[in-house]
Design a protein around this ligand. Structure first.
Ligand SMILES: Cc1cc2nc3c(=O)[nH]c(=O)nc-3n(C[C@H](O)[C@H](O)[C@H](O)COP(=O)(O)O)c2cc1C
Length: 191
C-alpha cells in the first residue's frame, strides 16, 4: 500500500471477524516494533503476545472499549472480539521514561498490521493491576498498554472537524466509525 493510503486506513477498529491472524503476520508486527526508534537506543520495551483463545478472553475481560459510545455500541460483542492482544511492557530499570518509545513501537505495530489488512485498537483503559499479575510482571516492569488485533468487520474513516472542539467519534448509519480530526490549519502555526 502507498504510505498515505496506509496511514489513512490505519484507524482504530473495534469489531472483528473471528478469523485467526497468520503467525507470519504476528512475527511481522513484532519485527515492526523492534524497528522503532528508541531514546539512547536503550530499547526498554518488551512484549507479551496473547493468542490462546482462552487467554485472549481473559485479557478482553480487563479492557474497556469506545468510551464515547454506549457499551452496547462500542464494546465488541461475542462474535466481534479481537483474536490477539499484544501487551507493551516498559522495563523501567532500562529507562523509566519510555512513553515515547512505546508510542513509536505501537505506531509501527498497528501500521504493519494494517499493511496486512489486520485492524487494531490500542487499549489504555484496562485493569493494569490484574493484567500485570496475569503476565507475571516484576517490580521493574510496567504495563503500558495492550493492543488488540483482528481482521475488522466494519469500516472507519476520518472527517474534518468543522468545530475543533467536536472530536468525539461516532457510528454512522452503517455502524461504521467516523473519526473527526482537527483540520491542519487549526493545529499548525507557521513562523
Ligand atoms: C494511548 C491510547 C489509548 C487508547 N485507549 C483506548 C481504549 O482504552 N479503548 C478504546 O476503545 N480505544 C482506545 N484508544 C483508541 C482511540 O480512541 C482512537 O485512537 C481515537 O478515537 C482516534 O481514532 P483513530 O485511531 O481511528 O484515529 C486509545 C488510543 C491511544 C493512542
Amino acid at each position: 500500500m502507498e504510505l498515505m493510503e496506509l496511514l489513512t486506513g490505519r484507524r482504530t477498529y473495534r469489531r472483528f471477524l473471528q478469523k485467526e491472524i497468520e503467525p507470519c503476520i504476528i512475527d511481522e508486527i513484532l519485527h515492526a516494533a523492534r524497528l522503532a526508534s528508541s531514546a539512547a537506543n536503550k530499547q526498554p520495551l518488551s512484549y507479551v503476545v496473547i493468542r490462546n483463545a482462552q487467554k485472549v478472553e481473559e485479557v478482553f475481560r480487563c479492557t474497556k472499549w469506545a468510551g464515547y459510545l454506549p457499551p452496547e455500541d462500542g464494546q465488541p460483542k461475542e462474535d466481534e472480539k479481537p483474536v490477539l492482544f499484544i501487551a507493551v511492557i516498559e522495563n523501567t530499570d532500562m529507562n523509566p521514561n519510555c512513553d515515547t518509545d512505546a508510542g513509536l513501537a505501537i505506531g509501527n505495530m498497528t501500521l504493519a498490521a494494517w499493511n496486512r489488512g489486520v485492524g487494531s485498537c490500542i487499549i489504555g483503559a484496562c485493569d493494569k493491576t490484574k493484567l500485570s499479575e496475569m503476565f507475571g510482571l516484576t517490580k521493574d516492569q510496567k504495563l503500558h498498554t495492550v493492543v488488540a488485533f483482528g481482521y475488522p468487520s466494519h469500516k472507519s474513516s476520518i472527517s474534518d472537524a468543522e468545530n475543533p472542539d467536536e472530536i468525539k467519534y461516532f457510528l454512522d448509519e452503517n455502524r461504521d466509525y467516523v473519526v473527526p480530526k482537527r483540520k491542519t490549519e487549526d493545529v499548525v502555526t507557521y513562523l
